[in-house]
Ligand binder design. Structure first.
Ligand SMILES: Cc1cc2nc3c(=O)[nH]c(=O)nc-3n(C[C@H](O)[C@H](O)[C@H](O)COP(=O)(O)O)c2cc1C
Length: 242
């Protein structure tokens, strides 16, 4: 992992003077432009959009921009140690993959691909309760690589307990409890586009495979997906949908 940034750069420069015309973008804004070209309005704005008038989202970006790197001159930086210790474990760097649910709306491989990429880079992956693939399948892609599980506390305590047991059994070493989603946010773009991915069975991989969740249904999710999704809307802790 030492000098990984240099390695990436040399890999790019080595393609001089005839770079692959289909190579992936480098510039962050170009990724956004490309996503806009490829994705329909619904999925694109589900990711790009924020709540309300998006003032908080913009304020967060401004606040983040205020963070600066302080240069320290005339120090030996040949060998740098970015490792951190958290909960008795050492990690390569203080960077983790935030939990991002419903990833299948932007790419068919969804969480499985991003979990694999995190494992390859040694960056701890936080799997979302709302992942597209079930947590066990994500864990399978990662081998022994570090992973945590993000919990959306379910209205049904049996489901919450079952999620925690499954996470422990499949090697997630910490729980990240999300507390800021007691109800749906007022998301103008999603309302305008009439787009809520869960209602078409995206981002419910953990629920539809959960024994506690399925035990409350009259038929299996395969036999009656509509009943399963309706039950999900009632138990996700989402008063506005019930
Ligand atoms: C498309 C999308 C899906 C997300 N899904 C989840 C989720 O399932 N669980 C969760 O706790 N946070 C979720 N988040 C919130 C992120 O983990 C993160 O906290 C948030 O995006 C703020 O970080 P940022 O400013 O780098 O985007 C999601 C965010 C986005 C944009």
């Amino acid at each position: 992992m030492t000098n990984f940034g240099n390695q990436v750069q040399f890999n790019v420069y080595q393609t001089m003077p005839s770079p692959d015309p289909d190579r992936l973008p480098i510039v962050y804004e170009e990724w956004e432009e490309l996503a806009r070209e490829v994705l329909e309005d619904g999925p694109y704005y589900y990711v790009a959009g924020g709540a309300g008038g998006e003032h908080t989202m913009k304020a967060n970006l401004t606040a983040f921009d205020r963070w600066k790197i302080i240069p320290r001159m005339l120090r030996n930086v040949e060998i740098r140690d970015l490792t951190i210790e958290l909960f008795g474990k050492t990690y390569n760097s203080p960077v983790m993959m935030a939990p991002i649910g419903v990833q299948s709306i932007i790419h068919p491989e969804g969480d499985l691909a991003s979990a694999k990429a995190s494992a390859a880079l040694g960056i701890p992956f936080i799997a979302s309760s709302a992942s597209s693939a079930p947590m066990e399948q994500i864990a399978n892609e990662m081998g022994d690589a570090p992973r945590w599980f993000q919990l959306y506390w379910n209205r049904d305590p049996d489901v919450t307990a079952s999620f925690l047991k499954r996470a422990e059994a499949s090697g997630y070493s910490a729980i990240v409890v999300t507390l800021d989603t007691p109800m749906m946010a007022w998301r103008e773009y999603d309302l305008k586009n009439v787009y809520l991915p869960f209602l078409v069975g995206e981002g419910v991989g953990n629920y539809l495979t959960d024994p506690a969740f399925c035990s409350k249904l009259s038929k299996s999710p395969k036999e009656d997906p509509t009943e399963a999704i309706m039950h999900w809307t009632k138990t996700f802790g989402n008063p506005s949908l019930t």
